[in-house]
Write a protein that binds this ligand. Sequence first.
Ligand code: C5P
Length: 209
Amino acid sequence: MYRVAIDGPSGSGKSTIARELSKRLQITYVDTGAMYRAFALEANNTGKSVDELIATIDIDYHDDTVFLNGKAINQEIRSEVISKMASQISKDPKVRAFLVELQQRIAEKRSVVMEGRDITTVVLPEAEYKFFLDSDVHVRAKRRYEQLIANGESADLEQVYDNLVKRDNNDRNREHSPLTIAEDAVYIDSTLMDLETTVTTILSHIHEA
Ligand code: C5P
């Protein structure tokens, strides 16, 4: 059993890369951002407080998918509204403790590729393979914009850029588990790399180790 931990800012391509890696390595893919988004979606739908949500929310993970109250969640968590809410809610240490425990439980039983903001530092600090995936903020904003358009949302590139910068600042400067580069993580800048090059770069680090 082994764990591949990947952190990085919004729009760095973590999800796409991690999903592809999990296919090639034939291990489980875990998108922890989707869990913060599921939490935000439930807060948005019910208006409940964080304490009430922690006591009642049913977040589960199987078949590489996050389930909220028994239902697989997909596109509905990808809107800009939920992105902003997830970024806010993820500052709360109670929410973090609740989701970190769930994430650690998932990785106890099987090999995983897990991606997020605090995987290499807090969730799986002992992971066998650790990566920090980064790219230029303009490239990240453009990717995020294209994703929103592909999902049928109306989006404005400048606004998407502003929101991304705000979320980055929240993630990097928050008090609890901020986004940082773990000392023993391999730093990969994918600004000038396509998906295949990034995946093979990461795979070559894993195979070398
Ligand atoms: O990765 P994604 O953009 O889907 O994550 C949504 C939000 O959840 C992020 O903006 C970040 O604030 C938060 N998050 C986090 N820790 C993680 C994963 C996501 O704080 N491990």
